[in-house]
Design a protein around this ligand. Sequence first.
Ligand code: PMT
Length: 372
Amino acid sequence: MQDELVHPVPKNRMAALDGAHLNGDITAFSAPTTPTSTGSPGPVSAEVYFATHVAPKSLPENAERIRTFVDKHMKEGRRVVLVTSGGTTVPLETLTVRFIDNFSAGTRGATSAEYFLEQGYAVIFMHRQFSLQPYTRHYSHARNCFLDFMEADEQGIHVCLIPIFTSNAKSFLVMPSYVEKMRTILHKYKSTQKAGTLLSLDFVTVNDYLFLLRAAAQIISKMDVHAMYYLAAAVSDFFIPRDKMSEHKIQSGDGLLSLTMDQVPKILKPLVNDWTPNAFIVSFKLETDEALLPMKSRQALKRYGHQIVIGNILTTRKRLVSLVTLEDVAEIRLTQNEDEVQHIEIESRIVPELIRRHTQWIEACGTRGECG
Ligand code: PMT
């Protein structure tokens, strides 16, 4: 198990790594790269990446949890969706003081996971540590702090209120105006826990993410067409390979810092072709320039051969997305009233549509005897 998942840096590369530590020179050594048509080095293949980087320590344990989860839901005849959520970090030092991050709070992933659970899917929720999570997202520390919804009950009497925590002496009560919403969320949260349909796994760095996604996909592949991937995480496109990274905190005494970063391997390619060939795979494409989005979405579909790209623009992503396939483009758009007055979440429209298409995929695969 361990051998299958952990890929230590080969000895000759470790020697180079030691040299880098001594020099404190983060650009001293190069990873093998593939030249592009423009002559600049392209990303290493996923294969080379995994052979030259070290798996996170938690990987064997997480793989075991995924295996148990998938076996349970296969036996119970439930479909499984792997939702990725939140952003990955790129450490600048091995003993990390500084890292590069991105904006994603994990709203898309956490919200979508709730709708998948509601529709009967078992959800593997692969998320950035401390990013938003299904159900608790409604009461995060930054927005809707749960403490603002509670008050102490001096007498310990509960009239029209839900006691949600009791100490020996007193109770803490949810204030009446918040009770109904909290009761609904609490009920869903507890029911999900009871049914065991949500497995949460976290990552921090892009390296954690890549190893975990690969391990998960290799296990989930036994679900064949009954698995869906919903890749909403904002994954770094650039990173500093292990053999170019400074071990210790980069010192400011030497003046300006220039960083050269390698491209992260395009993980969708092996995911679609090798790790989980018959699954229904949905990736996201985020752009800030509207003019680029249709072309980039179609390019991804052609390049990787998966089923759907969901295109979204940073500033409008909560009220407009495009579901792009090679055949057509379908927009899901909230009206201003739905968005601002009714507070409808766009994920409540995206997820049922994807499930409808996943069902079609399963049926079509069954008819043809194979997918793709
Ligand atoms: O979390 P929120 O604040 O709600 O924001 C949601 C979101 C905007 C982050 C989400 O809707 C979204 O668009 N996520 C994908 C963002 C992204 O990383 O896009 P990309 O163009 O870099 O990557 C495209 C796809 O390729 C992604 O699905 C990713 O899983 C995949 N990828 C990315 C990098 C990489 N090395 N290999 C990959 O396969």
